[in-house]
Design a protein around this ligand. Structure first.
Ligand code: SAH
Length: 219
């Protein structure tokens, strides 16, 4: 079969998503665009939401949580500058979609989720879709994953009032972290955190809206 049917429609929707929402807003790294074209986002949402899977907004995944807007996933992934073989820590597995995108870039992904049913569903999805480079843990991600540190890259997919100290401590000497930080729960600033000669450098990149980072070093 080619050229028609629901599967082809979804692939077309995905290509349109990359062109109109992601490339059009300035994400240009070919590897990131390829990963966004490849991961079947519609398999990371509940069945009733499949028709909306490639639309330009976040979607509910239950338990008051969301799968992030496609553009935000692509933007954060590009900022992270992931190379094959990088060890990447993600806080906030949610649906598992962002972790799958990171795995498509050849990273070894370690992802932490605090809500058990989300963790279990994401784990089942990773198995079904054969994302073997993704390891999942049920825990408070503001504590990081000390047994696996240091990480080349850290991506935090939920917003808190400050940058959790354990995460900075688990970033490698040449590491990068992307994290939404805000004093209010309704809006945050996306920050790029780098370590340079033992110093921590934080660059503010723009306004974003994420669900709460709930935990010891969060809300
Ligand atoms: N990356 C996800 C989006 C997740 S939304 C995706 O691609 O679908 C943010 C997630 O962070 C939610 O699932 C929420 O439960 C989780 N979260 C919030 N605080 C957390 C914490 N301290 N540790 C681990 N996960 C946390």
């Amino acid at each position: 079969m080619n050229g028609s049917g629901p599967k082809t429609d979804l692939r077309r929707s995905r290509e349109r998503m990359v062109r109109d929402q992601i490339e059009a807003r300035g994400v240009s790294q070919p590897e990131v665009l390829r990963a966004m074209r490849k991961v079947p986002r519609h398999l990371f949402v509940e069945e009733a939401l499949i028709p909306q899977a490639y639309e330009d907004h976040p979607l509910p995944i239950g338990h008051g949580q969301t799968i992030s807007q496609p553009y935000v996933v692509a933007w954060m992934t590009e900022l992270l500058a992931v190379a094959p073989g990088h060890k990447v820590l993600e806080i906030g597995t949610g649906s598992g979609y962002q972790a799958a995108v990171l795995a498509e870039l050849g990273a070894d992904v370690f992802t932490v989720e605090r809500v058990k049913p989300l963790y279990e569903l994401a784990r089942a999805r990773m198995d079904a879709l054969r994302y073997r480079r993704v390891r999942l843990k049920l825990d408070d991600g503001t504590l990081g994953w000390p047994e696996e540190a240091p990480f080349d890259r850290i991506l935090v997919a939920a917003g808190g009032p400050r940058i959790p100290a354990p995460l900075v401590g688990q970033l490698s000497e040449t590491g990068r972290m992307v994290i939404p930080v805000g004093a209010s729960r309704r809006s945050q600033t996306l920050c790029l955190v780098r370590r340079e000669n033992g110093r921590v450098i934080v660059r503010e990149l723009g306004g974003v809206m994420f669900v709460d980072l709930v935990g010891t070093h969060g809300w």
